[in-house]
Design a protein around this ligand. Sequence first.
Ligand SMILES: Nc1nc2c(ncn2[C@@H]2O[C@H](COP(=O)(O)OP(=O)(O)OP(=O)(O)O)[C@@H](O)[C@H]2O)c(=O)[nH]1
Ligand SMILES: [Mg+2]
Length: 448
Amino acid sequence: MNEKELQKQLQTKVKRRLAPLFARYNMDFSGLESTMKWKPIVLVIGNYSSGKSTLINELVGQDVQRTGQAPTDDSFTVITSDVGVDTSEVPGSTLVNDSSMPFGQFKKYGERLISHMCMKRIDSPILENMSIIDSPGMLDATSEKDRGYNYMAVLGDLAKMADLIVLMFDPHKAGTIRESYNAIRNTLPEKSGEDRIVFVMSRIDECDSLSDFTRSYGTLCWNMSQMTGRKDIPHIYLTYSPTAIGPGSAVEGWPQERRELIEKINNAPGFRINHILEDIDRKVNEVQIVAEAVAGFTQRCQKVSWKITKITSVVALLLFLFGDVLLNSLISFPESTLITAVRTGTFSLGNLVIPAIFGLVTLTIGAISFSKVAFPQMLKKVLANGSDLVRLDNDYRKNLWIKMEQKAKENLAGLSVRDLWSGYGRSLTKIQGFLNNDLKGYYDKIVN
Ligand SMILES: Nc1nc2c(ncn2[C@@H]2O[C@H](COP(=O)(O)OP(=O)(O)OP(=O)(O)O)[C@@H](O)[C@H]2O)c(=O)[nH]1
Ligand SMILES: [Mg+2]
């Protein structure tokens, strides 16, 4: 099966199996759905005038984006293919309302963003397998506030969808890499997110001397070690624009560096299915820990309820048999008890009235004591601290719980006594089954 077929199959199956489960726990499925839709995405971000649009124009072989020295772009542009169609521009309002594309989630940022989004369809070989998103360059913190939408959050959401994020910096602004990195890092999967980011120092021709270059490169490395918290520095690709510097101006070694970057970008579609699986894995683990907490709580309640039922049933039976004897000895009523009536052969249905009342009242007291006393108390306890509802035997689970605890509590707070028997255990088993069987199967398929 090829990647596209696998992706299609995955999309159908995941939706059928998981959408109802996500809904059950009030969790958002649309993010996952949009990840699975559409083709691979390369997102280009970085500071203004770092050469993002220039690089894209060179990749697609057309001047599709405007370029210039001052901050030029103030829009997010999705560049995609449309063989045989003249360059046509689709406005943001169409983009976010087209359910065949994954951009619906950006509606939440409001009109300001939508009017600063668009799609350009062009005919270019590189776009057969991917789409490229050009972004407005990052400015300083004060100017970011004037955009009228949350620029950093938008970058984060786009990064979540992307298969490759090209983070570009020119030598003059190497110090601002941290803001861009922070904007995207937290939205990416913990384990593999780092691999999706490509760090690029552009416009290297503008370094006047080797020491100038070393200074910029050093600043970039220092910033990167600070933000990633890692001792090893990820690979930094170097690039320049052949069109901007003119023919024959490239120094030896530069073309090779640039080729490596382009190859990396060209390889982005190859990671698509793996990224989709990782995203599914991450989201399903999130829903699983919530489901585990809810199922843990419902099981605990069922046990207590069962205990109360056992005790009250025994008491109810005793009172059914002997309650009227007790009453008779105290107030000489009823005249004939159930046992006497049976023994003397004078039994009539009337003899059942008092025992039945005794039995039913006891059972009702048992039920009320569970629903009005035991259940609310147990709920209060887990809402104060529910960490013993889930297995927290490693750091991954601990961090996951920190992230999802609030969601789990929302679900727990919404439970009523009746919900305790509505199959939360089964839902958890389904989620676990998906993770352990279905998803594993898909991972195996792409490895083999
Ligand atoms: N010398 C030199 N100039 C470059 C290079 N790459 C781009 N430029 C020039 O730098 C300017 C900015 O390039 P753009 O591609 O518009 O930069 P951008 O990152 O898209 O900028 P914004 O859209 O404003 O964020 C343009 O005038 C380009 O011609 C390069 O490698 N070397
Ligand atoms: Mg630009």
